[in-house]
Design a protein around this ligand. Structure first.
Ligand code: ZN
Length: 167
């Protein structure tokens, strides 16, 4: 029994030492107003993204990771979708999908939405698919819906908010 207790203590110490990698991004609109907070947590199956949107236009919006960590309106500075595997765009595309592609989000009339989404194709650890790669990455909210197949950007309209992924 005593031996078991010592093992449990040892295990919990290891768990603390290996707390998951995390990141965050503050989404701002083209006027520089904060419209969302995103937190990112490494899991064994990808990066879990928790987003709180505040005061964004109601409706269906594309939500992607873009390839450059630079957000200057109108946010073309963030580059295309994060695509380290050189795929085409979209989960409905036989030649897809980009690592940064994620499902649309449905913002209600009051403009506020909290949601979680898993991106299984990226990591917060080192490597080609790291959100902390050289040059960084950015989270982008688009004005329109992603059709999940039109290359390279899902015909999702303008970029209405952007946030650089940081530690
Ligand atoms: Zn894409």
């Amino acid at each position: 029994m005593k031996r078991l207790a010592i093992m449990l203590v040892a295990c919990s110490t290891v768990a603390l030492a290996q707390s998951p990698e995390t990141g965050k991004a503050e989404l701002k609109d083209a006027a520089g107003k904060s419209v969302g907070m995103v937190t990112l947590t490494e899991t064994p199956h990808g990066v879990l993204i928790h987003a709180m949107l505040m005061g964004v236009p109601a409706g269906t919006h594309a939500f992607h990771v873009h390839a450059t960590g630079k957000c200057e309106a109108p946010f073309t500075t963030a580059g295309g979708h994060f695509n380290p595997d050189s795929k085409q765009h979209g989960m409905s595309n036989d030649m897809g999908m980009h690592a940064g592609d994620m499902p649309n989000v449905q913002v209600p009339a009051d403009g506020n939405l909290t949601f979680d989404v898993l991106d299984p194709h990226v990591t917060l650890k080192a490597g080609a698919n790291s959100l902390f790669k050289d040059g960084g990455t950015a989270i982008v909210l688009h004005g329109g819906a992603d059709d999940y197949k039109s290359d390279p950007a899902g015909n999702a309209g303008p970029r209405i908010a952007c946030g650089v992924v940081t530690r």
